[in-house]
Design a protein around this ligand. Structure first.
Ligand SMILES: *[C@@H]1O[C@H](CO)[C@@H](O)[C@H](O)[C@H]1NC(C)=O
Ligand SMILES: *[C@@H]1O[C@H](CO)[C@@H](O)[C@H](O)[C@H]1NC(C)=O
Ligand SMILES: *[C@@H]1O[C@H](CO)[C@@H](O)[C@H](O)[C@H]1NC(C)=O
Ligand SMILES: *[C@@H]1O[C@H](CO)[C@@H](O)[C@H](O)[C@H]1NC(C)=O
Ligand SMILES: *[C@@H]1O[C@H](CO)[C@@H](O)[C@H](O)[C@H]1NC(C)=O
Ligand SMILES: CC(=O)N[C@H]1CO[C@H](CO)[C@@H](O)[C@@H]1O
Length: 485
């Protein structure tokens, strides 16, 4: 057999193959031949992947540099990639390789071995008996959403599970630091930075956030980790260090006092947990995630959360009133004023980027196969437990009673108008509340700008004001689980 490959890998493969053979009770020489073919095929595949990944790296200059230098935004954004000399590129690339290698050693995985196992698993799904929980591969779940889509609530589904390291909106720090001035970073530039930071975070390299935190952490200690309290993993022992002295702490743990966050302790906790999940409303374009989806160390799962754009706008106009002054003015002016075209354009742009990502995901290109799931807020609101089970099944992580209990507790009998935190029976009322307070002309603008996306997601258009407020007329088309058409 191919002697140029590491022993470990060969052994793992052939061991699995033997198990396979035994389970099928076919011990003829044909089986041996088949195994040989499979192994050779896997090896060729791997070689190809490595080569193409290397050439991808070389093509993606900003990414290589960002990775090599712990994602220094100044370098990525200020420099014109074409100005970089080849030698700079070379050294960035070798640093990147070394860093990635070190990271995978720290994680205790030999990337190639893990990848080989994954491929086996996929090919022989039917025959293989379920692995014990401890031997399950580490999963990395990205909850990809936009604001006001219920992503904090859905994020809790993962935050509440003890063996998942969960981070709440870590990209907030990046958005605050990276400037979006004309001539500076464009949307693609920021997406590249977001993507690279996400990758490092998934690898438990939490230090990558430090340059983006203000004030800069000293000694890897910070009181300014955004919404630390929304991440159980950052507030439990041993990451919660004893509280010694009172210092100004912008983001603190909810139920207990902890010392400033020690990023090293957090990174260690991240490595100890079986899985990793994070929620991000700032990563908009699915296509940018391809390098993460193809990284065998990550075994990425992307859950895209969407919501009726009419409800999203209604909710944003309340939550971010300052940003929607133009809209308010237009509504109050009894239609005297035209809504500024740029506002409509922005709305359309948001809807379109969500739609394009969803269409890409549903198309299931090879790199995303089995890694993408689309979830509607409305379905979560109506059937939270069922949707949680579907998401966990998709992620390949067993759902614990801990999470089920949390969902039961937090979706029952909260008649405080907190929307999603209401019972199933009442939730249809709650999640559709916007219908009864939204002026029809506002709904019309959204329908005109977002019609294509709405049709894709199964949000029915309201023909007139009566339809919008008609309780017996549902604006939701029922859709299946994964929506693969
Ligand atoms: C970046 O490169 C492009 C073409 O490669 C050039 O048009 C542009 O002026 C450069 N920008 C800067 C800031 O050097
Ligand atoms: C990787 O680890 C080696 C040995 O521990 C060390 O010399 C090297 O500097 C590390 N590389 C990076 C980029 O951290
Ligand atoms: C943070 O935690 C690490 C790992 O336990 C420890 O070595 C380090 O001293 C801690 N840093 C501070 C400033 O306490
Ligand atoms: C639904 O909510 C209303 C109050 O808004 C309450 O009176 C009613 O009992 C609730 N129904 C159920 C089934 O919980
Ligand atoms: C409300 O919708 C139902 C179902 O589509 C329809 O039968 C009914 O006529 C509508 N009522 C009004 C007042 O439009
Ligand atoms: C490894 C590497 O290139 N590190 C550099 C990252 O960027 C900072 C400036 O922000 C430099 O000081 C480091 O030398």
């Amino acid at each position: 057999m191919a002697p140029s490959f590491p022993m470990e890998k060969g052994l793992t493969l052939s061991q699995d193959c033997w198990d396979f053979v035994h389970s099928l009770k076919m011990r003829s020489k044909y089986a041996l031949f088949l195994i040989f073919v499979v192994i050779v095929f896997v090896f060729i595949e791997k070689e190809n992947k490595i080569i193409s990944r290397v050439s991808d790296r070389l093509k993606q200059i900003p990414q290589a540099l960002a990775d090599a230098n712990g994602t220094d935004p100044a370098l990525v954004l200020a420099e014109n990639a074409s100005l970089l000399s080849l030698s700079e590129l070379d050294s960035a690339f070798s640093q990147l390789k070394s860093r990635l290698h070190n990271l995978s050693l720290q994680l205790g995985v030999e990337p190639a071995v893990e990848a080989a196992l994954e491929e086996e698993e996929e090919g022989e799904e039917e025959e293989e008996p379920p692995r014990p929980a401890a031997a399950r591969p580490r999963r990395h779940v990205l909850l990809m959403a936009t604001t006001r889509t219920g992503s904090s609530f859905v994020g809790e589904f993962f935050n509440q599970q003890g063996n998942i390291f969960y981070l709440f909106e870590p990209l907030w720090h990046i958005e605050r630091t990276v400037s979006f001035e004309p001539g500076g970073a464009n949307a693609a530039g920021s997406a590249l930075v977001y993507r690279d930071v996400l990758k490092q975070l998934f690898l438990c390299d939490l230090y990558v956030l430090e340059p983006f935190i203000t004030p800069l952490p000293e000694d890897h200690l910070t009181q300014f980790m955004f919404r630390r309290g929304s991440s159980r993993s950052l507030c439990e022992d041993p990451v919660c260090t004893p509280f010694v002295k009172k210092v100004f702490e912008k983001y603190h743990c909810k139920n207990r006092r902890c010392g400033p966050l020690n990023v090293t302790l957090a990174a260690e906790a991240c490595r100890r947990k079986d899985h990793m999940a994070l929620k991000a409303v700032r990563m908009r374009q699915l296509e940018f995630l391809q390098p993460l989806a193809e990284d065998p160390r990550l075994d990425l799962r992307v859950i895209q959360l969407v919501r009726d754009p009419r409800a999203v706008l209604a909710s944003r106009m309340v939550a971010f009133a300052g940003k929607y002054k133009t809209w308010k003015k237009w509504l109050d002016d009894e239609g005297q004023d035209q809504l500024r075209e740029e506002e409509v354009q922005r709305l359309r742009g948001n809807c379109e980027s969500i739609r394009l990502s969803a269409e890409l995901g549903l198309r299931q290109p090879a790199w995303l196969r089995g890694r993408y799931m689309l979830v509607r807020y409305e379905d979560v609101a109506r059937r939270p437990l069922q949707k949680a089970r579907e998401m966990y099944r998709f992620a390949g992580i067993p759902l614990t009673p801990q999470v089920e209990d949390w969902i039961q507790k937090n979706t029952q009998a909260a008649h405080d108008g907190s929307g999603i935190y209401s019972t199933q029976k009442n939730s249809s009322e709650q999640f559709e509340k916007w219908r009864f307070s939204m002026p029809f002309k506002l709904a019309q603008v959204v329908q005109a700008a977002c019609g294509t996306a709405m049709r894709l997601f199964g949000y029915k258009l309201a023909e007139d004001a009566a339809a919008l407020t008609n309780r017996s007329f549902s604006l939701l088309e029922e859709r299946g689980t994964f929506w693969v058409t």
